[in-house]
Design a protein around this ligand. Structure first.
Ligand SMILES: [Zn+2]
Length: 410
């Protein structure tokens, strides 16, 4: 049965003028009509959001399905978790993401088998969550960071082999960890390798990994905090750089020149003292705090500059889940406009994912993926926090209406 969403204010596309009392007509999961004056067929079901702003549903650029910071475990402990608990947490995490307005996301590393299993289960309707774009297995060098969510691959040959295997298992993206090295397996060793610009892969390895991925039609994302590896990757035509928290002016110019997307700058970790790095036990370590403060300073200076220069920023929640609103709020806090923050959770990410023809805005022919908010995010970005209605492909997600989206609010 077709539906019509009624709004107080309709944001069809974050870059265009919103439409007062706009409506969205939905049939078979797609938008078939949109605007203030639109033909509404008889006997449609009305989704009454006439007290709310209606806008395109959100897209999360960078997620790990089974990890969630709210359990306050060191990241390594997530990998030691038994498989059943991990999967139950993954199901809860994705449910909370959907309930907070995210209907599409890209997952960039997890335990073996998790990403494809969730992607398939959601597509078949056996699990509830956003539609997923997956990397199957994230790849790192053997001395590289984050062993708990990625798989070793060293040298050009092994990288080609693993990337081809990922492709044959249904990967949508290649994910590499190209900065940060570690010496040892303890959590502190991981932290010691984090937030540095030390190259973990050589230029030849990065070139080979990007070339073989592109030959297969796979775009490439790389965890890169900064430094030479991040620049080599952009010179080789990488599609998205993840984090980039040690940005320089030269890097901003290279983002512009290469057209790489800047994804998941992890703003809440750096800038929200209540939930970010400043709230973790590791904040007591002077050397770590200094490192965070350095990254914070460079991000605050160069990220807004990158947006002004035309770099497409895509926001992600990484391991926090259900908090994309916090990322958008922090981006605005750095001086970026509300419009650009909305693009960073809708159209920019849709383009990055190659899905600009089906998600990110509410034009005719797009998936009917919409959310309703109590307030206008173009004036107050923080109203993204309270999502009153979520629709994914024309279906209203029931729990949101009964308030279950609050499960993750503090
Ligand atoms: Zn990540």
């Amino acid at each position: 049965m077709s539906k019509v969403i009624k709004s107080k204010l309709l944001i069809v596309h974050p870059g265009r003028e919103p439409v007062p009392q706009g409506m969205v007509v939905v049939d078979k999961g797609r938008v078939v009509g949109v605007g203030a004056e639109v033909d509404v067929p008889p006997n449609v079901e009305v989704v009454d959001c006439s007290a709310y702003t209606v806008m395109p549903a959100l897209i999360d650029s960078h997620v790990h399905i089974t990890i969630n910071n709210r359990f306050h475990l060191p990241l390594s402990a997530h990998f030691d978790l038994d498989a059943t608990t991990a999967v139950l947490r993954g199901a809860m995490n994705l449910r909370s993401d959907l309930d907070t307005g995210v209907t599409t996301m890209r997952t960039l590393g997890d335990r073996p088998g998790v990403e494809k299993a969730f992607q398939g289960a959601i597509d078949r309707g056996e699990a509830v969550g956003p539609r997923l774009k997956v990397c199957v297995r994230a790849l790192r060098p053997r001395h590289g960071t984050a062993p708990f969510l990625c798989f070793p691959a060293d040298g050009e040959e092994e990288l080609r082999l693993k990337i081809r295997e990922n492709f044959s298992r249904g990967a949508d993206w290649t994910k590499l960890f190209i900065t940060n090295v570690r010496r040892g397996d303890a959590f502190e060793d991981y932290i010691r390798g984090d937030l540095t610009d030390v190259a973990a892969y050589s230029k030849r390895e990065i070139d080979a990994a990007i070339a073989v991925s592109h030959d297969l039609g796979l775009p490439v994302a790389a965890h890169a905090i900064g430094g030479p590896a991040m620049r080599w990757a952009m010179e080789a035509g990488i599609d998205s750089i993840e984090h980039a928290n040690l940005l320089t002016e030269e890097d901003v110019a290279l983002f512009v020149k290469s057209g790489a997307y800047l994804s998941d700058p992890n703003l809440q970790l750096f800038f929200d003292d209540e939930v970010g790095f400043a709230s973790f036990d590791t904040w007591a370590w002077d050397w770590w705090r200094e490192r965070v403060e350095r990254a914070r300073e460079l991000t605050a200076k160069y990220l807004p500059e990158a947006v002004r220069a035309g770099v497409k920023v895509c926001l992600g929640t990484d391991s926090t889940h259900a908090t994309l609103w916090r990322e958008a709020k922090e981006l605005v806090g750095l001086g970026v406009s509300e419009v650009d923050a909305l693009k960073a959770v809708t159209t920019n990410t849709a383009e990055m994912l190659g899905m600009a023809d089906c998600v990110g805005h509410l034009g005719v022919g797009m998936f009917a993926d919409a959310i309703a908010l109590d307030g206008n995010p173009l004036e107050d970005i923080a109203c993204l926090r309270q999502v009153e209605m979520v629709m994914k492909e024309g279906e209203v997600i029931a729990d949101v209406l009964s308030g279950a989206s609050d499960i993750f609010s503090d």
